[in-house]
Design a protein around this ligand. Structure first.
Ligand code: DGJ
Length: 446
């Protein structure tokens, strides 16, 4: 008798659970399909359709030959022959990756005919004075007060050398370059807004050290422009962040201090200012094996004690964060020095994680382009003015043989369509969409 009662109770319990689960399931499906409808609607926008055109590139391999020892020293799981070519400064196809100044410069001082305002990823980008832009590993600040974009980056217009036989290629610190623009294409050089220290060898900014990936955010409460950057010694053992401050976007910035955030090593980094005014520091830590993320203090001059370890064991660097419809997205690279590798996109409902892997966002070019982030490395993502869900992906095509001649790869990035691999969290029902970066050898903003 007891067995029958328990069987009946068990049956109703299971039936109830199934009905609850399928209701939840339906809700999620409904939510996903309404999100997808929005996405479809948004992708149908003529402006976005123009941006998501994809180009294929054919790169013919030269016959095999002996390589310089530096080229073959590159850390890689499986060498890609075209990447070996890319890293070889004697390669007969070098002009395909680093086209020369005579044939391949673009910008407001060139006679561009009807190609004015077009981006040419990988070609030499000139400022309004006709000089190549020096703003590597950079980031963009939109200054609402002046309705002007500011591009900050590493000013690397000096000789490339190796501090030691085994050390990485480097350029002495010159400073942080700043350029201003109203249209994200015409850039005026505003000078070096944070300069190197020439004499004091104990100073963080002494020219023999490393200053990389500067990013600037504006603090409404203090009315200060705050710059965060990676500060290191020539061997990358100091592994710290530096902070500088200014009353004006064009500087001069006053260097305040450096530290190891939360007591941890910090190499590639970025800062992200959220809609509610809270800003976050994101940095590669624990010998680049983990990303750390944590809010800054209200004045943006320090980190708070709160910190989360994300993408644990994934060895990601070059973080670029952006937000769309309350979801956070991040594009990162793997860690291979100056050599290009495959990008990954992640998404999260909370900036503090968990971050879900979405896969490689690169589309087009050809397979090698997609496996090398178009021979470049992420640095920043700019929301495209007036087109929700559309962004500009900013990356550096590093030239380790001559770092000052590293190129910029700016491409359209669109959020839309279903993610292309099963997700770990959220029971396989993502509330986010695919991140797509489309290769174009030539494109312009709508
Ligand atoms: C990769 C980083 O992303 C760059 O910013 C730079 O630190 C190089 N490593 C140095 O090898």
């Amino acid at each position: 008798m007891l067995t029958i009662v328990w069987t009946v109770v068990g049956f109703f319990l299971v039936a109830h659970l199934i009905s609850l689960y399928s209701r939840k399931d339906n809700n999620i499906h409904q939510q996903v399909s309404s999100d997808q409808l929005q996405v479809v609607h948004h992708l149908a926008h003529p402006i976005v359709r123009e941006l998501i055109r994809v180009e294929e590139e054919v790169l013919r391999m030269p016959p095999p030959r002996k390589r310089s020892p530096r080229t073959s020293k590159r850390r890689s799981r499986k060498p890609i022959p075209l990447v070996e070519e890319f890293l070889d400064d004697k390669s007969p196809i070098r002009h395909l990756f680093f086209p020369g100044i005579k044939t391949a410069a673009f910008g407001p001082t060139k006679d561009m005919g009807n190609e004015t305002s077009y981006y040419f990823p990988g070609k030499i980008w000139m400022d309004t004075q006709g000089n190549p832009i020096q703003a590597h590993g950079g980031g963009i600040l939109l200054d609402v007060k002046s309705n002007t974009y500011y591009w900050y980056g590493e000013y690397k217009d000096g000789p490339t050398y190796h501090a030691h036989k085994k050390g990485p290629a480097r350029v002495d610190i010159i400073g942080v370059g700043c350029y201003s623009s109203k249209d994200l294409w015409t850039w005026k050089n505003e000078g070096i807004v944070l300069g190197a220290e020439e004499t004091n060898k104990t100073h963080d900014l002494h020219k023999s050290n490393v200053l990389e990936r500067p990013k600037v955010i504006y603090n409404e409460k203090t009315e200060k422009y705050v710059m965060w950057m990676h500060i290191d010694d020539a061997n990358y053992t100091k592994a710290s962040v530096g902070v500088a401050i200014s009353n004006s976007p064009t500087g001069p910035f006053e260097y305040l201090y450096s530290k190891r955030p939360h007591g941890f090593d910090s190499r590639d980094m970025t800062v992200f200012k959220d809609d509610d005014g809270v800003a976050y520091l994101i940095y590669s830590s624990e010998v680049n094996s983990v990303l750390h993320i944590g809010p800054l203090t209200e004045d943006y001059l320090d980190v708070t004690p709160v910190m989360k370890r994300v993408m644990v064991g994934q060895h990601r660097e070059a973080p670029a964060i952006f937000k769309h419809q309350n979801i956070y997205y991040m594009v990162t690279s793997w860690c291979t020095g100056w050599a290009p590798n495959e990008a990954l996109a992640h998404a999260a409902e909370s900036i503090m994680g968990p971050w879900e892997k979405l896969g490689n966002p690169c589309i087009g070019g050809n397979k090698v382009f997609r496996l090398t982030t178009f021979f470049a490395q992420s640095t920043y993502v700019i929301p495209l003015p007036g087109v929700p869900g559309a962004f500009i992906f900013m990356a550096d095509r590093w030239n380790p043989a001559d770092l000052r001649d590293s190129r910029y790869v700016w491409l359209p990035l669109v959020i839309g369509g279903p993610a292309d691999q099963p997700l770990e969290f959220n029971f396989g029902f993502p509330s986010w969409s695919r991140v797509s970066i489309y290769w174009h050898s030539k494109w312009r903003l709508p």
